[in-house]
Every structure is written in C-alpha cells, then in structure tokens.
Write a protein that binds this ligand. Structure first.
Ligand code: PMP
Length: 458
C-alpha cells in the first residue's frame, strides 16, 4: 500500500530516468530534509547520500551560508537578466572568480542553467566559431560511446548511451561516437593501458580521416565518465587523444559537469588526468546543487568572433532567461568562498586514498569484477564470472537490485547501465562516514549475492 503522498506522486509526476511501470507499484522515495551527508525520508529514516544527489551536493545538505547567500540575494534583487547588456554584481564577480580558476585560456564566461544547456552551447559555439572563421563545412562533433553530456537535442546527440537515442530519433546527423576508454571492459587480452589508449587514439584518427578533417569541428569528453559507468580513463589516454586533435585542428571540449569543483582532488578533473582542453563546460557542484547554474569558458579567439558577429548582425544571438540568474550566481560565489576558506579541494585529495582503498577492497567481493575511481568518485562493475568478466542478463537488473538493497541499508547509490554502481558522496564526507558508506555498500553486495543465488541466476 502506497502512502498518501506516494499515491499522489504516482498519479501526477513523470520522473526523469525512472522505470515508470515499476514506479507505479513501488512508489517514490520521498525525501524531506538533509543534514551534512545525510538525507531523511518522510518517516525520518536517515540515508547516507552516497551520490551527492546527482553528483552535485559538494558541501552537503545543511550549509547555512549557502542558504543565507540565496536569501540575501532574493531579498535584494531576486531577478535580473544579462540580455541587452544588463548586468548584476554577483554575475560579474562570479565570472571574474571563474576566469581566475579556469585551467584553460579563458577570456570570458557564458552562463547557463544546467549541464545540458552548457553542452548545447558548446556545440553551437563550435559551429558558430567555424562559420566565423570561414570554414562552414567544419561542423561534425565527435563524442564517445558511454559518454554522458545531457538530454537536450544536441547534448543527447553527444551522449553515447542507447537509452538516449533509441525512440528519440537521435543522434542528429553530424554527431559521431568513438570508442569508450574502459580498459577492463574493452581492452584486448594482455593489452596494457598505454597500448589500449594508443589504439583508441588511432581509432579516433581513422574516424577523423574517414569523415574528412575539414568536416570535424570538436571532440567532447568527460574527465571521468559519470553516468556511462563511473569510468576512469586508462594511462596515457588524454595525451594520445590530444595529439590527434591537435593534428586536425579539432576543438577539445572538456565536460567538467561532474568532475569540476573538487571531485578528483583538483579544482577540475582534467588537471588530475592530463587534459588540455580548449574550453570547459561546468555546472552541478558550482552551487553545491542548491540552485541550478552551469556555464562554459570562452577563449579569446572565440570572443573575437563573437565581437565580429555582433558588429555585423547587431547582437550575439544566444542566451536564456536564466543564463546567470543572480540568486544562482550569489550561491556559486559563496560556494567557491567556502571551498577556498575550508580547503575543500585539498581535503578531497587528503581523503581520497582512504576512499579509494575502501573502494578497491570491494573488488574482492565475489560479484564485483572491477572497482575503480579517483578522488571521491568510484564505480563498481558487477559480473557473473570474474575470470571471463561475463555479465548477468541485463533483464535481471542486478545492479538495480544492489542499489535497492543499499537503500534498505541506509545508503543511496546509483545504478548505471551495464550492471554498474556509482558512488560519489558530498566532498565534505568525514573519514568515519566513508567507512559507514562502504560498510553499508558491502552489506548490500552481500544481500545481492544471496538474492542472485536464490534466483538461480547464472
Ligand atoms: N554532463 C555530465 C558529465 C553530466 O554528468 C550531466 C548530468 N548528469 C550533464 C552533462 C547534464 O547536466 P544536466 O542534468 O544539469 O543538464
């Protein structure tokens, strides 16, 4: 029997990324409040939020300073936009702060309200830039299988997951996907990480040559693949890929929507992984998820092109009502102030060895084929057979079952396609809370193993 609130949910809400058929039976998990790394449901049950919401609540759930920053801005000037040259001080100050932090040559910042919008903006800017440079045929975008870049039409076209394409008439023409850099799953027998990286770079080069380098505008990659499986790249991967991109003048977009702002123990994930992109998309942890905000960095040559077009057409024709919402900018400024004052990024680097050691230990569990990660992000791959790396029938929903058992243990984690489980807690998690998280996850894996045996799954 669903509770009153749960029954009303089922009757009224379409949930993103939810099995809407089983949801009618199981109903929602309704959360009511949060404190530190914990969230509480309507019965007052606490859960460790082992996913930081959706990879975003970096500073945890009860940060009064963020609340006060939002309240003060709402009281003073709840809304003004950035169209037609209008501006506001939190927007200006945040752009200055981000320009300072960006590890790529940055002339200006363009704000959006989400990661999908940031990546859609990147596609449009790559096209726009090549039009400005007088090479209108250079427009194709290369992304990666299992990459995740959002759900709007262009960002979903870059996302490399079947569920975002089948039945949606996507990807759009001109969006291509190169191989996923998951060594455990896709390397050949005996292939080293370096050799695997070089093979993927060679495959990317072959794709660019097949398409014609004069038609390829940009390549997009997350530092650590998030929704595609919490996949860390193999050694030498970005160095090998970047050599190819440089050879064919292909713009490199880093999707730092998950890894930006501390996740890997560096301000941006690319800094930990040898990435040298031309531009960065960011969102999520910038406001600790308290209010929506995203954006992209704009380098000087691109800005020059925007200036030229403005002179010709009278304006730069892109932006949304909430691009650079003042409340979001105020919360982001406070988030970065707290990051700096409290040494959040260094704190992640300090806690990472403990987190990664507990994660790596899970690879000893009988149903875990691989446990991998960096900083405070990690993923598990559930397998039916460790030696052959064979997986269970996807229809059995083993990872989903594990996530449900974890919820029963008071832990929120997320299952991803391909029987993967992701862990990505708030960056402020304490060492004893890391232990509690992995103790609960271990119990969930034990229960999953017992369930598999009871079902007779092979
Ligand atoms: N890029 C990455 C790497 C993401 O993880 C996500 C969201 N999970 C997005 C883009 C899309 O962001 P949003 O959901 O805010 O549109």
């Amino acid at each position: 029997m669903l509770s009153n609130l749960a029954a009303r949910d089922v009757e009224t809400l379409i949930h993103p990324y939810t099995n809407l058929a089983t949801h009618r039976e199981t109903g929602p998990l309704v959360l009511e409040r949060g404190e530190g790394v914990f969230v509480f449901d309507t019965d007052g049950r606490p859960y460790i939020e082992g996913m930081a919401g959706l990879w975003c609540t970096a500073l945890g759930y009860s940060n009064g300073e963020l609340v006060e920053a939002a309240r003060a801005q709402m009281a003073r000037l709840p809304f003004t936009h950035l169209f037609s040259g209008r501006s506001h001080d939190p927007g200006i100050e945040l752009a200055e702060t981000l320009k300072e932090l960006m590890p790529v040559p940055t002339s200006k910042i363009f704000f959006t309200s989400s990661g999908s919008e940031a990546n859609d903006t990147q596609v449009k800017l790559a096209w726009y830039f090549n039009n400005a440079l007088g090479r209108p045929e250079k427009k194709k975008i290369i992304a990666r299988q299992r990459g995740y870049h959002g759900v709007t039409v262009a960002s979903a076209s870059m996302t490399g997951l079947a569920g975002n394409h089948a039945d949606w008439d996507l990807p759009l023409p001109g969006f291509l996907h190169t191989a996923c850099p998951h060594h455990y799953r896709y390397a050949e027998a005996g292939e080293t990480e370096e050799a695997f990286s070089q093979r993927l770079a060679d495959e990317l080069e072959a794709m660019i040559l097949r398409e014609g380098p004069e038609t390829v505008a940009a390549f997009i990659a997350e530092p650590v693949m998030g929704a595609g499986g919490a996949i860390t790249p193999p050694a030498g991967y970005f160095a090998a890929i970047q050599a190819v991109l440089a050879r064919y003048d292909v713009r490199f977009i880093a999707d730092e929507v998950i890894c930006g702002f501390g996740r890997c123990g560096t301000w941006f994930g690319g800094q930990a992984l040898g990435m040298r992109p031309d531009t960065i998309s960011f969102a999520k942890a910038l406001t600790s998820g308290y209010v929506p905000l995203g954006g992209v960095s704009v380098d000087e040559p691109l800005y020059e092109a925007m200036l030229d077009q403005s002179r010709k057409l009278g304006s730069f024709g892109h932006g949304t009502t909430y691009s650079g919402h003042p409340v979001a900018c105020a919360v982001a400024l406070k988030t970065i102030e707290i990051f700096r004052r409290e040494g959040i990024v260094a704190g992640v680097a300090a806690k990472a060895p403990h987190f990664q050691a507990r994660l790596a230990k899970l690879a000893e569990h009988p149903i875990v084929g691989e446990a991998r990660g960096i900083g405070l992000i990690g993923g598990l791959e559930i397998v039916a057979d460790k030696a052959s790396r064979r997986q269970y029938d996807p229809k059995a929903g083993v990872a989903a079952r594990c996530v449900a058992f974890a919820q029963g243990e008071g832990l929120i984690v997320r299952f991803l396609a391909g029987d993967r489980v992701a862990v990505c807690p708030p960056l402020v998690i304490a060492p004893d809370e890391i232990d509690a998280l992995f103790d609960r996850l271990t119990r969930a894996l034990d229960r999953t193993r017992d369930w598999i045996a009871a079902q007779g799954l092979e």
